[in-house]
Design a protein around this ligand. Structure first.
Ligand SMILES: Nc1ncnc2c1ncn2[C@@H]1O[C@H](COP(=O)(O)OP(=O)(O)OP(=O)(O)O)[C@@H](O)[C@H]1O
Length: 252
């Protein structure tokens, strides 16, 4: 289980959020949505113990798999080296990775479809390649708690689809507690059970994907009219997506 109870974070005079409570049990996946600067990353950092709480408490296992939004460029390390770092909690005396740590790291890279990145230098990878390596590093921890900060933000549409499939596959194993932030409500439809919305003006609302991902609420969240659209899937089935009615769409 991973979550917050009556948690508040303040920076000086500014309260980012107050009395936030939610918990994600093993077997469920929570998407966090909210406008830029509303506090999603800070909330994740508070959850993981990197950000002090002004009030309240957090519940998280000692080791969680964390994919930060911007992975620092680990100079000269290979993709595999970075994934092996996820094994830190398992390393023996003197912190030397053993065969089993390397095997776990290679397994995690294979799981995200990124075995080809094992030998590449991390600091020379594209943003999307780094993101895959960091997801593998999170899996390599072996933790049941996985926390992703905008895991698709650097990815092209094809790689977004692959990453969402991976997140959904992890969700459907029902042996992880998963939290991810996103700016796309369709990502919640694709890979979450529940949604926490950090509304403008300092209110948080929480519920199932079916209750939360609907036009009226999202219009309030982003200040852009949102509409359901039906899209034909690869075998002719109808898939529902929720889209913003940007001005340009009318012109097209
Ligand atoms: N250590 C800090 N000291 C002061 N202000 C901070 C600190 N960390 C974050 N903030 C501020 O808190 C606000 C929320 O930042 P955060 O990165 O959590 O937002 P976010 O919802 O993840 O945004 P985005 O969607 O743009 O990634 C921002 O205005 C940020 O500048």
């Amino acid at each position: 289980m991973i979550g917050l109870e009556n948690a508040s974070v303040t920076f000086g005079q500014r309260t980012l959020f107050r009395n936030v409570s939610f918990s994600v049990p093993v077997g469920r996946s929570l998407a966090i949505l909210g406008p830029n600067g509303r506090g999603k990353t800070t909330l994740l950092r508070a959850l993981l113990g990197f950000q002090r709480l002004a009030d309240g408490s957090r519940h998280a296992p000692k080791v969680a798999g964390y994919v930060p939004q911007h992975g620092a460029s680990q100079a000269r390390l290979s993709g595999l080296d970075v994934v092996v770092m996820g094994r830190a909690a398992h390393l023996g005396l003197f912190g030397q990775p053993r065969r089993e740590d390397r095997d776990a790291a290679e397994g995690a890279l294979a799981e995200v479809g990124a075995s080809a990145l094992a030998g590449l230098r991390y600091d020379r990878m594209s943003g999307g390649q780094r993101q895959l390596v960091l997801i593998a590093r999170a899996l390599a921890t072996g933790s049941q708690a996985l926390v992703f900060d905008e895991p698709t933000s650097a990815l092209d549409l094809g790689n977004q689809a692959k990453t969402l499939e991976l997140l959904d596959a992890l969700r459907l194993r029902r042996n992880y507690a998963i939290i991810f932030t996103t700016h796309d409500p369709n990502h919640a439809l694709a890979a979450a059970d529940d949604v926490l919305m950090m509304m403008p003006g300092g209110r948080e609302v929480h519920g199932t994907v079916a209750d939360m991902i609907e036009p009226e609420r999202l219009t309030e969240l982003y200040g852009v009219p949102m509409r359901w659209v039906d899209v034909a899937g690869p075998v002719g089935e109808t898939r529902r997506a929720i889209l913003p009615a940007f001005a340009g769409i009318e012109a097209a």
